[in-house]
Design a protein around this ligand. Structure first.
Ligand code: ASP
Length: 324
């Protein structure tokens, strides 16, 4: 039997519903440790509770701690499962994908319904994750997210529904595989990844903004006043912004602060198509970095990680624009 470490970080998968009030909250005793016996049918399990946090409280610092723990112990295990709140699960998954240097499976999972709720997906998702972790084909695919019978790459997955158990989707390319009653089926593989080794620290401040019709310079000026190390903007369509944002963005670039553009559309990539004021062509010529296909939150994680090793705008541009 394979040897798997389960690292619990908190989230609904680690919570219980109060039957009187309906409130879902952290439990005194971690509900999943009660089911360890059932898990032993799938692998030899060790468990480690690294935190018990709802995922809106997870910071990049916590992500770094999880990465450090995994790097420390990965040689002793065939794979790792991380349980996590679903709200920011995709950011932690992508962070780990960027910084972990291993070909062993590292799987993130969570639940939309806590362990004692009707139709809970907590134990089911945990068992599915163990099954994927112990499958030889799960190696060499980077960090994966397993929820609701689907396997997604860390780079492509996003939470799409506030409450549906089928919340995790990969809007660009779909899941990489599926979990059935008797097998794990991968239908495609991962061609490109962006790994680098585990970082010592995460010390930079990167802001994330979403563009909207009529956006003016105020928010960007407020960010400039906060002295950011980088800015990610979810732009409009193929990568355009209201023209009122151009001048403050020019100020940032002049100060050598990277500005990364993604689209607020959840499919497609940004490209310098339009030549009007605020159009993608003008933004690109100004030095705004176009990110290939990442969501805003993931581009922010990528920039946070990149800024620990370089502040050179050209190097950062290459990291976002070249995929090899
Ligand atoms: N709010 C919860 C969290 O992210 C939701 C969940 O885990 O599904 O911690």
């Amino acid at each position: 039997m394979k040897h798997v470490l389960i690292i619990h970080t908190g989230g609904t998968i680690s919570m219980l519903e109060n039957k009187d009030t309906g409130e879902v909250n952290s439990a005194e005793m971690h509900p999943l440790t009660e089911v360890t016996d059932q898990l032993k049918n799938y692998a030899n399990i060790d468990e480690h509770i690294i935190f018990d946090l709802p995922s809106p409280q997870i910071t990049p610092g916590h992500m770094l701690e999880i990465a450090r723990k995994i790097s420390e112990v990965i040689d002793e295990y065939d794979g790792i499962v991380v349980t996590h709140g679903t709200d920011t699960l995709e950011e932690t998954a992508y962070f780990l994908d960027l910084v972990l240097d291993t070909n062993k499976p590292v799987i993130l999972t969570g639940a939309m319904r806590s362990s004692n709720e009707i139709g809970s997906d907590a134990l089911y998702n945990l068992i599915s994750s163990l099954r994927v972790t112990t499958d030889d084909e799960a190696r060499n695919k980077g960090v994966l997210v397993v929820m609701n019978d689907e396997i997604h790459t860390a780079e492509s997955v996003t939470k799409t529904s506030t409450s549906n158990v089928a919340t995790f989707q990969s809007p660009q390319f779909g899941p990489i595989g599926m979990v059935t009653k008797d097998s794990i089926i991968f239908h495609r593989t991962v061609l490109t990844r962006h790994s680098q080794s585990v970082l010592e620290k995460l010390s930079k401040d990167v802001f994330l903004l979403k563009a909207y019709a009529g956006m003016d310079e105020h928010l960007i000026n407020a960010i400039i006043d906060a002295r950011p190390d980088g800015l990610v903007i979810e732009g409009l369509g193929q990568g355009n912004l209201p023209k009122t944002t151009v001048q403050p963005l020019q100020r940032l670039i002049k100060e050598n602060i990277p500005v990364v553009l993604v689209s607020r559309c959840y499919q497609g990539v940004v490209q310098p198509t339009y030549g009007y004021d605020g159009g993608g062509k003008q933004l690109k010529e100004m030095g705004i970095i176009f990110s290939r296909g990442l969501s805003g939150p993931k581009a922010r994680i990528r920039l946070l990680v990149a800024l620990e090793t370089t502040q050179n705008l050209n190097e950062i541009k290459n990291l976002f624009e070249k995929y090899d």
